[in-house]
Ligand binder design. Structure first.
Ligand SMILES: Nc1ncnc2c1ncn2[C@@H]1O[C@H](COP(=O)(O)OP(=O)(O)OP(=O)(O)O)[C@@H](O)[C@H]1O
Length: 258
C-alpha cells in the first residue's frame, strides 16, 4: 500500500484553482521530489496534504486513511512538515524550537520524558545544530533557521516527512548533508519523504521518483532519467537546457544553455 496517495485531487484558493486532477502515490521508504516552475503548485500540493487548504475534488490518503478524517493530533503523529516560509517569531532557543516537535506525542501539559530528550538530541545532531542549540532563533542565519525547521520536523518521528524547499539558503555542504540524511532515513528506516526543490541536479541525485508539475498538472512522473529530458525541461521551464550523464553517477545532469 502506498504511504501517501492522491487520487484526482483538484484544489486551490478561493480565487484560483491551482491543482487539476492530480494523482500520485509515494511508496514507503521512498523519496519523491516535486519539481516545477514557480507557481506550478508544489507548495499548494503540500498544503492540501496537511489540510491547510481544502480539497475541492478527489481524495488524499495517508496509510490508506482519508486525511480529512484525521484529527490534528493524528495528523501530527503521521505527517511532519518543514515549511518554506515560516519566520522566527519569539526569541526561543534552537533547542526549545526543536522540542516543540515532540508535542504531538506528549501533549502540551505532560512533562518532557527521557525519550523525548533523546529524540531532540538526535535531531539536533542530524541537523548539525548541537553546538548552536542555545542560540536564539531571532539571532541565527537563514540556513541555521532552515536546519532548525528540519530538526523540528525530524523530531516528530513520523513515518512521512514533507519538506518545502529544504535546501534553500543552505550552503553546498549542508545541501548535500541534509539531502543525504533524508535519503538515508528513507532507505534505512522506511521514512517516506515528499519534498519540493528547484535544483534539478540535487533532485536528480537524491530522488527515487520525480513528479514534474506544470500549470497545476503532472507533466511527467518517474525516475530522474525518465523525467529530466532536454525536450521536456526546455518546454516546461521555457529555457534551453542540455542533459548530460553525471560524471560519477548514473543520473542525468542538467546544464542550462545561455
Ligand atoms: N495564499 C494564496 N492565495 C491565493 N493564491 C495563492 C496563494 N498561495 C499561492 N497562490 C497561487 O497558487 C499558485 C501556485 O502556488 P504555489 O505556491 O503552490 O507554487 P509553487 O510551485 O510552490 O511555486 P514556487 O516555486 O514559486 O514556490 C500560484 O499562482 C500562486 O500565485
Amino acid at each position: 500500500m502506498p504511504e501517501i496517495q492522491l487520487e484526482n485531487v483538484t484544489c486551490g484558493y478561493p480565487n484560483q484553482e491551482v491543482l487539476h486532477q492530480v494523482s500520485l502515490a509515494v511508496e514507503p521508504g521512498k523519496v519523491l521530489v516535486l519539481l516545477g516552475p514557480n507557481g506550478s503548485g508544489k507548495t499548494t500540493l503540500l498544503r492540501a496534504l496537511f489540510q491547510l487548504i481544502s480539497v475541492q475534488q478527489g481524495t488524499i490518503l495517508v496509510e490508506g486513511q482519508d486525511v480529512q478524517r484525521l484529527s490534528r493530533r493524528e495528523m501530527a503523529q503521521k505527517l511532519a512538515l518543514a515549511p518554506q516560509l515560516e519566520m522566527p517569531q519569539w526569541p526561543m532557543t534552537i533547542e526549545e524550537t526543536v522540542q516543540l516537535g515532540r508535542s504531538a506525542h506528549r501533549g502540551w501539559v505532560q512533562p518532557f520524558s527521557g525519550e523525548d530528550a533523546e529524540h531532540v538530541e538526535t535531531a539536533l545532531a542530524q541537523a548539525g545544530l548541537t553546538e548552536l542549540r542555545a542560540k536564539k532563533i531571532t539571532e541565527i542565519s537563514g540556513g541555521e533557521w532552515r536546519r532548525t525547521l528540519i530538526a523540528r520536523a525530524l523530531v516528530q518521528q513520523t513515518k512521512v516527512l514533507c519538506l518545502d524547499e529544504p535546501t534553500t539558503g543552505l550552503d553546498l555542504k549542508y545541501q548535500v548533508e541534509v539531502l543525504s540524511l533524508i535519503r538515508d532515513l528513507a532507505h534505512e528506516r522506511e521514512l517516506t519523504v515528499l519534498l519540493t526543490i528547484h535544483d534539478l541536479n540535487l533532485a536528480s541525485c537524491f530522488a527515487d521518483q520525480i513528479v514534474l508539475l506544470a500549470g497545476g498538472e503532472i507533466a511527467a512522473l518517474g525516475t530522474a532519467a525518465e523525467v529530466l529530458t532536454e525536450a521536456r525541461l526546455s518546454e516546461v521551464y521555457q529555457t534551453r537546457v542540455k542533459v548530460v550523464p553525471h560524471p560519477e553517477y548514473q543520473t542525468p545532469l542538467v546544464v542550462p544553455l545561455l
